[in-house]
Write a protein that binds this ligand. Structure first.
Ligand SMILES: O=P(O)(O)OC[C@H]1O[C@H](O[C@H]2O[C@H](CO)[C@@H](O)[C@H](O)[C@H]2O)[C@H](O)[C@@H](O)[C@@H]1O
Length: 288
């Protein structure tokens, strides 16, 4: 039998193989909390935000997982809660939207703001830039705004200058995601969203896992350390605070489906002694 103490930790394995290991099987135990990003994690990236293909069974699978975890599953997205509900239908799953600007607990459709709304003039100024530069897509959300340059890569430099100027004059935070520049209220990100959930009675004391693909998910990966949890990078390897990696959206679906097929295991946790490091979980750059 393998002695777990002789198995490499994720960071040792990463150093040996140049990659992050696959996460251990998800166990649907009372100690587990699960946080899932949406775009690039649960659905493949598409050319336009409205063009993503949502698998027909995704909402039902998430609802089942949430039920097995007694509500300790949350979708944490840059999208608005309204957009997530349009994509997934009226499922009873906890969600945080607009990069931590708003959230709703499981079992409720009531939206709780976590940030102040953006001033209308922010969207107006970005919309002016967008229409002057070939019609970039502006996606206003209740607590943030995104400008997509996927179809206009030539506009990136000007967009960055425009958004940086607005961020500085209005005291906002700029996020640069996948072919998108976003402005959000300061203090609002995926890390603060995770903390909001982890401080609730339902999530308190559990070990969280956060699955995400984008650099905006790094705030949440780093926050995992506060709660003895770990991040799972979805997609190609890059510099990250995540400890594990799944190759892409299909691998995420398989990993979640395996957990449902195996069923609840009340006495166990998702922690796997062979892959869980005993040292600090925040160290970044181990895959540089
Ligand atoms: O946190 P997420 O759930 O990953 O949301 C991040 C942003 O996702 C959406 O934009 C991204 O996905 C689009 C559809 O695949 C793609 O066209 C775009 O280039 C990506 O940036 C969404 O529109 C944004 O509001 C989210 O912040």
């Amino acid at each position: 039998m393998t002695d777990p103490s002789e198995s490499p930790s994720p960071s040792e394995a990463a150093a040996q193989t140049g990659d992050l290991p696959r996460p251990p099987a998800l166990r649907l135990s009372p100690q587990t909390a699960l946080f899932l990003d949406f775009d690039g994690t649960l659905v493949e990236i598409a050319d336009h935000p409205d063009e993503v293909i949502v698998p027909a069974d995704l909402g039902a699978m998430l609802a089942r997982l949430s039920c097995e975890l007694d509500g300790r599953l949350a979708i944490v997205s840059g999208r608005s809660l309204a957009a997530l509900e349009t994509m997934l239908g009226p499922i009873d799953v906890a969600m945080a939207g607009s990069h931590g600007g708003e959230f709703r607990p499981a079992g409720s459709r009531e939206v709780h703001p976590l940030a102040d709304p953006l001033d209308d003039s922010v969207v107006e100024r970005l919309s002016r830039f967008a229409s002057d530069n070939g019609g970039l897509l502006v996606e206003p959300k209740p607590y943030s705004v995104a400008v997509h340059y996927r179809r206009h890569p030539e506009a990136l430099e000007g967009l960055l200058a425009c958004a940086t100027a607005i961020a500085e004059s209005d005291g906002l935070k700029l996020k640069h995601g996948k072919q998108v520049i976003e402005l959000v209220m300061p203090g609002s990100d995926k890390g603060s969203a995770v903390t909001r959930f982890m401080q609730s009675d339902l999530f308190a004391g559990t070990e969280p896992m956060f699955l995400g693909d984008d650099v905006t998910d790094e705030d949440a990966f780093k926050e995992m350390a506060r709660f003895a949890g770990c991040g799972v990078l979805v997609g190609p390897l890059r510099e990250t605070a995540a400890r594990w990696r799944l190759a892409g959206v299909d691998a995420v679906h398989d990993w979640l489906a395996e957990a449902l097929a195996t069923g609840a295991s009340p006495a166990s946790t998702h922690t796997d002694p062979e892959t869980t490091p005993s040292n600090s979980r925040t160290e970044a750059g181990h895959n540089q």
